[in-house]
Design a protein around this ligand. Structure first.
Ligand code: IVH
Length: 675
């Protein structure tokens, strides 16, 4: 029986909500924007046809997340309606001509930057805050991380008293690739695309890590403005932005009429391939602000602007075989080996297939002709199979059988998507050892790929820690090692044993624990013993809401649900506890050296930060306190020594007053810190 419209609507709504969550909260979408927009359009059509079965607004696009102060937008931050073909686009033009009465319409045509929208507020010409779109009326205050973008001017001369500048924060492709090369070298999973990484970085609570990732911005819009008549056209506003020093895009001149605007879109489709940021479309806006006001808005979109989305680049090719890639942690990723094909300016010969479920869901088989796509994502995806071109003798792909053929003894644990090797392979052992000795871990000079291979093949090393205990005779067994090189290696190992605690933590290769998290863990736990003994509640605070829902609050920056599960599961493996024991008996330093800058009065004290401090960013304040030997916690309890309160402090301040915890301001904090 066909589904009733009511059921169809319900199902679509659930599906859309699931994808929205994957995109906004997890920054890990499973489908492209193009596919997502299609679902949203389908729902809108159905709800128009069957208004009685329509549900409440889904709030798509709301990016607000936990752990941020919020701020109101003085003028709403609207989104854009999408068009996908010429007819759609011309209909937008028709509506405008009707509303505004005919001739003389001017348009601005810009690239649609694929990033995160942000509103920059300037009061009396001074930059005061940066806020995400949120639900359009109220968003997250992300001033701390946005302040790291150098190209945003801090003061504007001759600016209106109040000015909201709207723009898009993005990550340049070269920066995205640089960060992914680092991830690859460290054996960590790669970031999916620049947009998600930019969104994740804007919301990062870890200041050090945020500083390492370079964000950029393009400004394109006017929010609230007092006095309101400061600008007559968008073009004029953009020129003023450029004069103040904001980065803007001015690729295309003002266009007279909708035909010219359509031509400009075609021009942009060519231009965009050479832009340094990802774009998935063009934005067309009415130039004169008076015309914009007359055209008006819906609750979500302006009538005076529209996005034209370029279809993602796709190609058809033959999938010759499926190979298996084994990561440092033993996780297996299936990869499509393709007949090379030209796609979006580069030759593609491989595409990720994610995991076994993905292959089964799309029924992807060796020998199939497949459609592949590159849409913002740098790593191509296999979209679907062209079933009509399937060879007659084709067989469904048997994932487990293939693993067996390849001699890969892998299992799937719990609800994880990936198969993982049960015992480490030669390759994994080598990579683990190289990671252990790398610059970002114990930094053992001379222990690179070639030496690691020999150590594993000769059976001298199994677990990476074994390398710390080799004697001179054993080192002499390696090709090319003579008295002198053995001396150097022994001296290098002695040095490696004295290094900082975070290096030993990073060297363990705990999945999802990168260098920055290792540093945070070292600072928080102060010793390997304490980290090894950590209970779930030491890593993450659990809160049960009134309706029984559970939410988590990070205790350590960068340690959320996934990372804490990873840490707990790592240390629950007796093998891994043996490694730590071997580290101890080899004499490796496993405690955090006392910070030289420890300040009496702060050391050992617990602080809670709330509200906006006059000059210090949240992360800056945290850093100063931690460097002086203090701790920063997310919630107020009887154990809290000081609550540092700034403007618009909320419930934490009230709680402190109830519990009689000392409340201080930034000046008093600085006094405690001795500066
Ligand atoms: S104008 C009311 N211009 O696309 C005007 N938006 O899908 C709204 N975007 O929320 C924005 N490049 O985050 C505008 N040149 C551009 C843009 C742009 C990217 C983003 C923006 C907006 C979203 C709508």
């Amino acid at each position: 029986m066909p589904e009733s419209p009511r059921d169809q609507i319900l199902k679509l709504r659930q599906e859309i909500q699931r994808h929205e969550e994957l995109y906004r909260k997890k920054h890990a979408p499973e489908i492209s924007d193009f596919e997502f927009d299609k679902l949203v359009d389908q729902l809108a059509d159905l709800e128009r046809q069957f208004p009685a079965d329509a549900g409440p607004d889904l709030g798509i696009g709301d990016d607000k997340s936990e752990g941020f102060q919020q701020a109101d937008h003085r003028a709403p931050m609207l989104s854009l309606d999408n068009t996908y073909d010429e007819a759609d686009f011309r209909a937008f033009g028709e509506r405008l001509y009707k509303a505004l009465g005919g001739s003389g319409l001017e348009f601005i045509v810009e690239p649609k930057v694929d990033g995160v929208a942000v509103s920059l507020t300037f009061e009396k010409g001074r930059f005061v805050r940066a806020v995400t779109r949120g639900n359009g009326a109220r968003g997250d205050d992300v001033t701390a991380n946005v302040s790291l973008i150098r190209s945003i001017p801090r003061t504007l001369s001759g600016a209106p008293d109040l000015l909201e500048v709207r723009g898009e924060i993005y990550m340049e492709l070269v920066e995205f690739q640089r960060l992914n090369r680092e991830r690859e070298a460290a054996g960590e999973p790669l970031y999916a695309n620049p947009r998600n990484l930019a969104a994740g970085t804007v919301k990062l609570l870890d200041a050090e890590e945020a500083k390492r990732r370079q964000l950029s911005i393009v400004c394109y819009g006017l929010g609230a403005c007092e006095p309101a008549n400061a600008f007559a056209t968008l073009k004029e506003f953009k020129q003023q932005l450029a004069a103040w020093g904001f980065p803007i895009r001015d690729d295309i001149a003002v266009q007279q009429g909708i035909d010219a605007a359509w031509q400009a879109i075609q021009q942009l489709d060519v231009l965009r391939r050479d832009l340094p940021f990802p774009t998935d479309g063009a934005v067309v806006k009415v130039n004169r602000l008076e015309d914009q006001r007359r055209a008006g808005t819906t609750s979500k979109f302006p009538h005076w602007a529209v996005a034209f989305k370029f279809p993602p680049d796709q190609a058809e090719t033959v999938l010759r075989s499926i190979s298996m890639q084994v990561g440092r942690t033993g996780a297996i990723t299936p990869v499509a080996e393709l007949d090379p094909v030209l796609l979006a300016g580069s030759t593609v010969a491989r595409a990720t297939l994610h995991n076994a479920d993905e292959i089964a869901r799309k029924d992807i088989r060796e020998g199939d002709t497949v459609r592949i796509q590159k849409a913002g994502e740098i790593i191509p995806q296999v979209l679907s199979v062209v079933v009509a071109k399937r060879p007659a003798d084709s067989q469904p792909f048997n994932f487990e059988a293939r693993l067996k053929e390849l001699g890969l003894d892998a299992v799937r644990v719990g609800d994880e998507a990936a198969y993982k090797l049960r015992a480490p392979s030669r390759d994994m052992k080598i990579r683990r050892l190289v990671h252990f000795a790398s610059k970002q871990c114990l930094d053992i000079d001379g222990l690179g790929d070639a030496v690691a291979e020999q150590l594993i093949d000769l059976g001298l090393v199994d677990a990476p820690v074994d390398a710390l205990k080799l004697n001179r005779g054993e080192w002499m067994m390696l090709e090319g090692f003579k008295e002198k090189s053995v001396d150097n290696m022994v001296a290098g190992l002695a040095q490696a044993k004295q290094r900082e605690l975070w290096r030993a933590i990073h060297a363990l290769g705990i999945p999802n624990v990168g260098m920055q998290t290792a540093k945070d863990l070292a600072r928080h736990f102060q010793s390997m013993d304490a980290l090894e003994a950590a209970k779930p509640s030491d890593l993450l605070h659990t809160k049960v809401g009134k309706k029984g829902g559970v939410s988590y609050e990070s205790v350590i920056s960068g340690v959320g649900v996934e990372v804490s599960e990873s840490i707990l599961s790592f240390f629950s493996d007796p093998n891994h506890r043996d490694w730590v024991q071997a580290m101890r008996s080899a004499g490796l330093n496993l405690i955090e050296a006392a910070s030289a800058a420890t300040v009496a009065g702060v050391a050992g004290k617990t602080f809670v930060l709330t509200g906006t401090l006059p000059t210090l960013g949240r992360d800056e304040a945290r850093d100063l306190i931690e460097k002086a030997g203090g701790k920063v916690s997310g919630s107020v309890s009887k154990k809290t020594d000081y609550v540092v309160a700034g403007e618009e402090a909320g419930s934490k301040l009230t709680k402190a007053q109830e519990l009689g915890v000392a409340v201080i301001d930034e000046a008093a904090l600085r006094a405690l810190l001795g500066n």
